[in-house]
Design a protein around this ligand. Sequence first.
Ligand SMILES: Cc1cn([C@H]2C[C@H](O)[C@@H](COP(=O)(O)OP(=O)(O)O[C@H]3O[C@@H](C)C(=O)[C@@H](O)[C@H]3O)O2)c(=O)[nH]c1=O
Length: 181
Amino acid sequence: MLVTTTSIPSIQIIEPKVFGDNRGFFMESWNSNDFSQVASDITFVQDNHSRSKKGVVRGLHFQLPPHAQAKLVRCIYGRIFDVAVDIRKSSPTFGKWVGVELSAENKRQLWIPEGFAHGFVALSDFAEVFYKTNEYWHKECEGSIRWDDPTIAITWPLDETPCLSEKDNLAPYLQQATLFE
Ligand SMILES: Cc1cn([C@H]2C[C@H](O)[C@@H](COP(=O)(O)OP(=O)(O)O[C@H]3O[C@@H](C)C(=O)[C@@H](O)[C@H]3O)O2)c(=O)[nH]c1=O
């Protein structure tokens, strides 16, 4: 697998080795030994799978301590633009974001450690996203930030108003949100 560091050093892109033949393809979508070069001491406890229609934005979401959650994200159907935002107040890259296209075709995965908010937009008619997490869902620790916060200024590849959940529509701006110290 190929690991590429992004402009935010702890956010990494993983590209599994794909063996294609006349039947289709095979790949190890996750291998504990190989993954130790990306992050150590990670135990995944939950897999999540969502389907979104084109123009849906989910995010920006995170879980706060004591149940902070790291995510290994991939798109298994269609295409998404996946985004991670550094929300660690003491970080030199606080408020900065990274966006990567993940698709069923490019098979890229995005590693998003604790301390980041995560969101994506579905670029294809439908997109299915599958992600592993190292912490269970704890509703009481959930946090969110508005997808269009002007201080973060994510360049979403969107040419229409996105479809949002009610919760995401009411999300606070970065300045009002409870973040990581
Ligand atoms: C996140 C989550 C939600 N749920 C339930 C709560 C709710 O009734 C329903 C839909 O939840 P949401 O609207 O929060 O789903 P969604 O907007 O897809 O939330 C997800 O967005 C992406 C960007 C992430 O990074 C994830 O961590 C998660 O926050 O699923 C679980 O049962 N387990 C979970 O782990």
